[in-house]
Design a protein around this ligand. Structure first.
Ligand SMILES: C[S@@+](CC[C@H](N)C(=O)[O-])C[C@H]1O[C@@H](n2cnc3c(N)ncnc32)[C@H](O)[C@@H]1O
Length: 317
């Protein structure tokens, strides 16, 4: 696409040849055992099966895994071919057993999958971790289907290494409009707040997420990566399951969303991505995150429903 012809509203992040050449200087390739210091806040541009061998043990607090789903799909120069459910399970287990070594005993793991492979993912995860929940993300995308129900959900499986782990529900509450604003006997709002913005309630997070859209062309986080996760979604995982300064690892980094959000939320990070263009996209996004730490849909340290106008909460109590 010629950039000069695109609308001013189109915020999709692109790379020039010069940027690819400059940003690739930042990328790592691991050929020998590395120390935590050498790899923190870096992007490794390598096949994860090679890179994992050289990672230190027990340094990761939060592991976010968003692998190619079991569909035939092209990621720039790499094409992932759909496998049988059995083969896909064997493939995911082959990297899980290797990644396990990098986790602290208190670490949490999130594993993303489509509805079909979700049939098999938890069985593999349960062999290695404590399986805790399934988050369902309602992602509105794609055309309608005439022969089947339109697919608009993805699963994110939540596990921990042990029963000792970080979980901060207060960090990921959702501000929702109140549809039935009940009042108590004294005519006071029951568990909700009213101000000139309307009536709203800060609600506890559930495992059904319908407040997050996929990145699209008018969002500053958008890239041409075909399966980019929204920053808002990754922010929930990071805020719920890590503390400032903790280490977040993403071995299928893609366009860099996990590392970018970890940086914005003051965590440390390491990402591994086989494709150089995507690894460079990550580096460009990380540089932008150095001056702009906003996460769309997460304002005033609060998550907001879609199509609401955020406002400073304390000032409106
Ligand atoms: C589902 S995408 C991840 C998208 C990412 N969460 C984002 O927000 O952009 C999976 C990524 O894994 C990468 N990948 C596939 N096989 C890999 C391997 N063996 N080692 C490292 N990266 C790999 C692909 O190039 C693709 O970018």
């Amino acid at each position: 696409m010629k950039l000069q012809n695109r609308s001013d509203l189109n915020k999709t992040i692109h790379l020039t040849k010069k940027e690819i050449s400059d940003l690739s200087e930042n990328l790592l390739k691991l050929h020998e055992n590395s120390t935590v210091k050498e790899i923190l806040n870096k992007t490794v541009n390598q096949d994860l099966f090679k890179a994992i061998e050289f990672l230190p043990a027990r340094f990761v607090d939060l592991l976010i895994i968003d692998p190619p789903y079991n569909l035939s799909k092209t990621f720039n120069k790499l094409t992932f071919r759909e496998k049988s459910i059995q083969e896909y399970s064997e493939w995911i287990e082959s990297f899980i057993v290797k990644l396990k070594r990098t986790l602290k005993p208190t670490a949490s793991i999130y594993f993303c999958g489509d509805w079909h492979t979700s049939i098999s993912i938890p069985a593999v995860l349960e062999k290695h971790f404590v399986l805790r929940n399934r988050i369902t993300w309602e992602r509105e995308k794609g055309r309608g289907a005439t022969q089947n129900w339109k697919n608009s959900s993805e699963d994110i499986w939540f596990c921990t290494v042990s029963n000792k782990f970080t979980f901060n529900p207060d960090e990921v509450k959702l501000m929702r409009r109140v549809l039935a604003p009940y009042r108590d006997e004294d005519n006071k709002p029951k568990d909700w707040h009213s101000n000139h913005h309307g009536e709203y309630r800060l609600t506890f997070p559930s495992n059904f997420w319908n407040d997050i859209s996929v990145p699209f062309w008018s969002m500053p986080e958008n890239t041409k990566h075909p399966t980019q996760k929204p920053e808002k979604l990754i922010a929930k995982l990071i805020l719920a399951s890590s503390k400032k300064g903790d280490v977040v690892l993403d071995p299928f980094l893609g366009s860099g969303t996990t590392s970018v959000v970890a940086k914005k939320l003051e965590r440390k990070y390491l990402g591994i991505e086989i494709d150089k263009y995507y690894a460079c996209l990550t580096e460009k996004r990380l540089a932008l995150a150095g001056t702009d730490t906003r996460i769309q849909g997460y304002d005033y340290k609060t998550f907001w429903e879609r199509n609401t106008k955020p406002f400073p909460i304390d000032a409106n109590k």
